[in-house]
Design a protein around this ligand. Structure first.
Ligand code: AMP
Length: 277
């Protein structure tokens, strides 16, 4: 695997890519099988796969969260080698940002709903870094996880707004055997938290299995109740929403997604589930 840490060497490398179809997976590292599933999906449909590892400061609202974000780079490199990843782009912060850089994209409602409400500025930071990464790596296809469903919508919106020549592919959520969605943040869970965290996927599954389009508010409320009554878990939101707009679903909505965020002990977790797509 080629490892680049500067924009220049990465850009130079991709300037001569010829006819190759390239795939890209953007990550913040602390890799797990969820990330590797994106690499594998990218390998199936492209000629060469690049992964980036960059803990992007501009998308963190809480400085403590940024500080404690895990950074096991040696283990990450070993995992990528093992997965057969072709290129790793792993820049330091000053390679990606100048001092006092400004960025703003009009993302509409998507920026302020759900995650946006609890993490103000998060999607400006996400689009800022993904824009830079796309311009450096110039991928034909970018593989993003459904795990961050709202992020997929936001990045697609940016691609459309800025007319970028890349196609986003959304990949399914990888879960532990007991249903917990894999996440780099799961390592912060105590054994007590780890047990309590199962309520997120349980509530989403319950809502999916009991879904009734004429009774959405009641189902949403019941699923919220399941999470709120779990010890050690503080619900931020659970919404049964329209999969395109993320507005609350109605009996007319075609593509429904249920999305949840909660604090489990000190760790903030998100999860979601698609209904009848
Ligand atoms: P992150 O390193 O958390 O920024 O995630 C990098 C990419 O991996 C994003 O597109 C995520 O949606 C995706 N991802 C994270 N967790 C999972 C998972 N459990 N299953 C599939 N993809 C995931």
């Amino acid at each position: 695997m080629k490892i680049f840490t500067t924009k220049k060497e990465t850009e130079n490398y991709f300037a001569n890519k010829g006819q190759k179809i390239t795939g890209f997976v953007a990550t913040m590292g602390a890799l797990h099988q969820g990330h590797i599933s994106l690499i594998k999906q990218a390998q199936q449909s492209t000629d060469e796969v690049t992964c980036s590892i960059f803990v992007n400061p501009t998308q963190f609202t809480d400085p403590k969260d940024l500080e404690k974000y895990p950074r096991p780079i040696a283990a990450d490199i070993a995992m990528l080698e093992q997965a057969g990843c072709d290129v790793l782009f792993n820049p330091p912060v000053n390679e990606m940002y100048d001092d006092n850089e400004k960025w703003h994209l009009n993302l509409g409602d998507l920026e302020h709903l759900l995650e946006g409400k609890f993490r103000p500025g998060h999607y400006q930071g996400v689009t800022q870094v993904v824009y830079k990464l796309f311009n450096i790596v110039k991928p034909d296809f970018a593989f993003f996880g459904q795990k961050d469903y709202q992020q997929v919508l936001v990045v697609n919106k940016m691609i459309e707004l800025l007319n970028m020549p890349v196609k986003l592919v959304m990949c399914p959520i990888e879960r532990e055997n007991d249903g917990l969605a894999m996440s780099s943040r799961n390592i912060h869970l105590t054994p007590f938290d780890r047990e309590n965290a199962l309520i997120l996927s349980k509530a989403l599954n319950w809502a999916k299995n009991n879904f009734d389009s004429n009774n959405i508010p009641a189902i949403q409320q019941q699923a919220q109740q399941m999470i709120s009554s779990q010890p050690g878990v503080e619900l931020e939101y659970l919404e049964i929403a329209d999969g395109q707009t993320l507005h609350t679903a109605t009996s007319e909505t075609k593509n429904i997604v249920a999305l949840v965020a909660a604090r489990v002990g000190k760790t903030r977790l998100i999860d979601n589930m698609l209904f009848d797509w």
